[in-house]
Design a binder for this molecule. Structure first.
Ligand code: 13P
Length: 284
């Protein structure tokens, strides 16, 4: 299905419908929006700034990665996402793509076995400017649909985190609580999502599973995903995951780092709720 963005930009403010869905009568938190952004043009520019910043900080390189913001239009729950394969230096606000959270493609309704394991048909979605959304638009869409705490999502290929995500041991056990700041990702480890071809629904599914109760995860043989209550916090978390990965790599060169106990990590998570409210335990 092709999304049909309205011509009129509108702020994606609070009060939008919660698309996460819930059984009747079960209260669900309202979806978060990045309150620092009031106009859609501001939001589009902020997405490009965030991607350029990812590269400037060494958390990503070239035209890897992508970023999105929860952004509703005229009562329709949706997101703004970077376009596919366009270098960040050339990206302009008009290139950012808006998608409804209801966006589906024919490929979405096919299982991997139905497509013979082939990558999904790429056409998926093309917006009114002729831009294709990031090939990982399913990950972004699915996070906003399932996680009311997510207002922004960043996907990147940071060197240290990605190197760890290529190791069988890390794919199996994630990054353990070798350092208390692991709690910034929402729990007592940073999980690694299983491998699936880029751009597939299977990759989105495995990433969502690894993000349960967390705000960030590694992706096997691929990179990381981080979400936050704002673009700034998603970017900061991506940077923290890369920094922790570098430290973990260094510690593992020197020996076998012991791991902080679950009780200590639970204490840290409680403290983070005050000290870093945006980094308190993530809902599952
Ligand atoms: P896009 O340019 O399509 O966003 O893809 C980059 C990427 O990192 C895919 O995983």
């Amino acid at each position: 299905m092709t999304a049909e963005p309205s011509a009129e930009p509108s702020a994606g403010g609070a009060g939008a419908a919660n698309s996460a869905g819930s059984p009747a009568g079960v209260p669900v938190a309202a979806p978060r929006h990045d309150d620092s952004l009031t106009t859609e043009n501001q939001a589009r520019a902020a997405l490009i700034d965030t991607c350029r910043e990812l590269n400037a900080r060494g958390i990503n390189q070239g035209k890897a990665g992508n970023a999105s913001l929860r952004w509703d239009r005229g009562g329709a729950a949706g997101l703004l996402v970077t376009p596919s394969a366009l270098p960040y230096a050339r990206m302009r606000p008009d290139d950012i793509v808006w998608l409804s959270l209801q966006t589906r493609t024919q490929a979405d309704s096919q299982t991997d076995s139905q497509t013979g394991g082939a990558p999904p048909t790429v056409p998926a979605v093309i917006d009114s400017n002729g831009r294709r959304p990031s090939s990982e638009w399913r990950i972004h869409r699915d996070i906003y649909a399932a996680r009311p705490d997510a207002a922004a999502v960043v996907h990147a290929h940071p060197p240290h985190a990605t190197a760890l995500a290529c190791l069988a041991s890390v794919q199996a056990a994630g990054i353990p609580a070798f350092h208390y700041m692991v709690a910034m990702a929402g729990g007592n480890d940073i999980r690694c999502a299983g491998y699936a071809t880029f751009g597939t629904q299977a990759l989105s599914d495995t990433a969502l599973a690894a993000l349960a109760g967390r705000r960030a995860c590694l992706m096997a043989h691929h990179g990381i995903v981080a979400l936050g209550a704002s673009l700034e916090s998603a970017l900061a978390l991506a940077e923290e995951v890369e920094s922790l990965s570098r430290m973990y790599h260094l510690a593992c060169q020197l020996g076998v780092p012991p791991v902080l106990g679950d009780d200590e990590m639970a204490r840290v998570l409680v403290l983070f709720a005050d000290y870093r409210p945006d980094q308190a335990a993530a809902p599952g």
